[in-house]
Write a protein that binds this ligand. Structure first.
Ligand code: HEM
Ligand code: HEM
Length: 137
């Protein structure tokens, strides 16, 4: 278990990740709202903010690996569910983002894009439970 400054720094990743989950939730709400009647105004806001949620997800995963490598000699890198679920969140959201350009003209993309996003959000929320036991308390 790290002590002193490394221990404080090890809390950076959980904080970044919690902010990320909140942002994915916010962006998902905008996307879904944009489909409701009189919700069209939410669509351009979703389109603008969603890339930030994707970037933050990548940052969360990178900061998790960096923190484990730099400050958590008590943990083994790339082992355990938290790592693999984290990778799953990144993969799902990135695939959803890649599909998003086809959303306006392709029915399949229009159906799959939100499903991938919601699955990513669900797994990201699960990360709270798989991440808690790793916290350096
Ligand atoms: C978007 C959500 C998240 C992603 C993508 C993510 C990803 C990762 C990854 C890839 C690692 C490296 C694990 C390894 O190499 O075995 C890691 C470590 C870790 N994660 Fe997460 N994580 C997320 C959310 C959270 C949350 C919400 C918490 C806290 C409740 C948390 C706590 C930790 C801790 C404590 C570590 C060890 C490194 C450190 O002490 O900072 N993670 N995470
Ligand atoms: C977080 C989970 C996400 C959910 C639940 C979600 C949901 C949605 C929904 C329901 C739509 C409207 C589809 C329609 O009826 O036309 C949409 C459109 C779109 N989404 Fe997402 N989305 C998510 C994440 C993302 C991400 C990560 C990106 C890109 C980085 C993105 C980019 C777009 C774009 C460009 C559109 C098309 C907007 C337009 O036609 O003007 N979304 N999304």
């Amino acid at each position: 278990m790290p002590t002193g400054i490394p221990r404080v720094l090890a809390f950076l990743h959980p904080l970044i990740a919690l902010a990320t989950i909140a942002l994915i939730y916010h962006v998902a709400t905008l996307g879904l709202r944009s489909r409701q009647r009189r919700g069209e105004d939410a669509r351009p806001v979703h389109r603008r903010r969603a890339p930030w949620a994707l970037a933050m997800t990548w940052l969360s995963a990178a900061s998790g690996v960096a923190a484990t490598w730099l400050w958590r000699q008590d943990l083994e890198l790339a082992s355990g569910w938290h790592f693999w679920i984290g990778l799953g969140v990144v993969a799902l959201l990135s695939t959803g983002a890649a599909l998003s350009r086809q959303v306006p003209e392709n029915q399949t993309a229009r159906r799959i894009h939100p499903a991938l996003g919601l699955l990513a959000l669900l797994l990201a929320a699960l990360q709270v439970f798989f991440g808690m036991p790793l916290l350096p308390f």
